[in-house]
Design a binder for this molecule. Structure first.
Ligand SMILES: [Zn+2]
Length: 419
C-alpha cells in the first residue's frame, strides 16, 4: 500500500473551516484519516511537519502550458512540473495553443498528452469562437463531453462583437460551462474594433476598456444565464463593476494575478517595465486591488503563468511566469503582513478556483482526493528563475527575498514534488 502520514502540522481547510494542529493520512490516493493519528497504515511513510501548514493542493485556474504548438516556451510536462513545485495540484490551461483548442481533435490531443505527461490534474478552457477570431461562436457542447474541458475563453483576444459574445455565453450556459473572458483590450482587439462601424469599444487607448468589456460581458452572461468569471482583473473601475454585479446577485466571480497585486507601473526590471497583458497599473489601482483581496470582492488568485522564450521576450512578448513563486509572493506580501489569513489564502488559491470552475472539490476529510500541499511558511529563499522547472525565465521577481515555500506536493496520494 502506498500510504503517507503527515504529522504535527497546522491543518487548514476552507471546506470545513478547520484551522487546527493535527495529523493526516493518505492511502490509496485518498485522504484516510484526519486528526490525531496513532496507528499508521502498514508500510506508511511518516513525515513530521512542525511549523508547517497542510492544506488542500493549490489550484491555478489560469495558466498557459503552450502545448501543442509552442513547445519551445513550455510543455505540459515542464509546466506541470513548475505547478507541482509551486504547490499546485490542479491547473486550468488557456486555449491559445497552435492550433487553438477549438475542436474535438485538439481537446483529445491535449487530454492524451496530459494523461501521459502531467504531474498535476489538468483541465482546459476551450475557445469561445472559431480560431479565437471573434466572429463565429463555437458550440462547446460536443467538446465538453471530454471531462478535461472546464470552461470557455478566447484568452487574450476578447470578443469585440456583442452579438457574438452573447451567442457564446448562450452556448456555454446551455452545456453548463463557466465563461471566463479576458476583458483586456489589446492593440489587436482594438484594431478589430476600428474595422467595425459603431464599435462600442471605439475611441479609447488600448487597455483602458477593461471595465467596459466587463460590463458588456456581465450583460451578456446575465441574459444567457451563464456563470461569468473575469480573468486577471486589474483596474479599480472594473472592481466597482464587479461589486455592483455581485450586489445584484449575479453569478459573477473574478481573479487577480500576483503581479497586478504586487507590482505597479513604476516597476522597472533591467530599465524597462515588465510587459504583461493587462499592463502593470498605477499604484492607486494596485492598492484598490489589494483591499478587494482582503475584503472578499476578489474571489481567487490565478498566476496567468505565461511562458515566453528569451528572444521572444526581448522582442516584446507580453506575459510573466508565476507558478513557482506565487505562493511565496502571496505569503510574503499578504499573509506575513497580516492582510489576509492563511485560511483566506487557501480559499483564494485552492477552494475558490475549484468551485468556480466546477472541479472536484479538495478538502481535508476522509474520502477526499489525496491532493495536498505542505507549506513551510517560514522558509526564507531568494527567487531565482534559473532554477525553475519551467522552460521559460520571464520572471520579474529574480533576486527578491521571500518567505514561504511548498515543501511537499501530493496529487492523488502520490508525491510529485518534495523540497
Ligand atoms: Zn492568460
Amino acid at each position: 500500500m502506498n500510504a503517507i502520514v503527515l504529522k504535527g502540522a497546522r491543518l487548514i481547510d476552507p471546506a470545513s473551516g478547520m484551522d487546527a494542529a493535527g495529523d493526516i493520512s493518505i492511502a490509496d490516493g485518498r485522504i484516510a484519516e484526519v486528526g490525531k493519528i496513532t496507528s499508521h497504515p502498514t508500510g506508511a511513510r511518516a513525515i513530521e511537519l512542525p511549523g508547517c501548514w497542510v492544506m488542500p493542493g493549490l489550484c491555478d485556474a489560469h495558466v498557459h502550458f503552450r502545448q501543442p504548438g509552442f513547445e519551445h516556451k513550455e510543455t505540459i510536462a515542464t509546466g506541470s512540473a513548475a505547478a507541482a513545485r509551486g504547490g499546485y495540484t490542479s491547473v486550468v490551461c488557456e486555449p491559445n495553443t497552435k492550433p487553438p483548442i477549438d475542436n474535438i481533435a485538439v481537446v483529445e490531443e491535449v487530454a492524451r498528452i496530459a494523461a501521459r505527461d502531467s504531474l498535476v490534474k489538468l483541465r482546459v478552457k476551450v475557445c469561445m469562437t472559431e480560431g479565437q477570431r471573434g466572429d463565429k461562436a463555437i458550440d462547446p457542447a460536443p467538446l465538453a463531453r471530454n471531462p478535461i474541458v472546464a470552461a470557455v475563453s478566447d484568452d487574450g483576444n476578447p470578443i469585440i462583437r456583442r452579438d457574438v459574445a452573447a451567442e457564446a455565453c448562450r452556448l456555454a450556459a446551455r452545456c453548463g460551462l463557466p465563461v471566463s473572458p479576458h476583458c483586456e483590450d489589446s492593440e489587436r482587439s482594438l484594431a478589430d474594433c476600428l474595422a467595425m462601424p459603431d464599435c462600442e469599444f471605439a475611441g479609447r487607448e488600448p487597455f483602458t476598456n477593461e471595465d467596459r468589456f466587463i460590463r458588456r460581458d456581465i450583460e451578456c452572461a446575465e441574459a444567457a444565464g451563464a456563470a461569468l468569471h473575469i480573468s486577471h482583473v486589474s483596474l479599480a473601475a472594473s472592481l466597482e463593476m464587479i461589486r455592483r454585479a455581485k450586489v445584484n446577485g449575479l453569478a459573477v466571480t473574478c481573479e487577480a494575478a500576483p503581479h497586478h497585486l504586487l507590482l505597479d507601473s513604476s516597476c522597472r526590471i533591467g530599465g524597462a517595465m515588465p510587459l504583461v497583458n493587462p499592463p502593470l497599473r498605477p499604484a492607486g489601482d494596485v492598492a484598490t486591488l489589494g483591499r478587494a483581496l482582503e475584503d472578499g470582492l476578489i474571489d481567487a488568485i490565478a498566476t496567468d503563468h505565461a511562458p515566453h522564450a528569451a528572444d521572444e521576450k526581448k522582442a516584446g512578448a507580453r506575459g510573466l511566469i508565476g507558478l513557482e513563486c506565487s505562493l511565496a509572493l502571496i505569503i510574503t506580501g499578504f499573509v506575513k503582513t497580516g492582510r489576509i489569513t492563511p485560511m483566506r489564502m487557501a480559499e483564494l488559491m485552492s477552494a475558490a478556483p475549484r468551485r468556480i470552475f466546477r472541479l472536484e472539490p479538495a478538502a481535508l476529510r476522509p474520502g477526499a482526493p489525496g491532493d495536498i500541499v505542505v507549506i513551510d511558511p517560514d522558509a526564507q529563499w531568494t527567487i531565482d528563475s534559473s532554477a525553475f522547472a519551467s522552460k521559460s525565465r520571464n520572471c520579474p521577481y529574480d533576486g527578491r527575498r521571500v518567505s514561504g515555500r511548498a515543501i511537499l506536493t501530493i496529487v492523488s496520494g502520490r508525491i510529485v514534488w518534495e523540497a
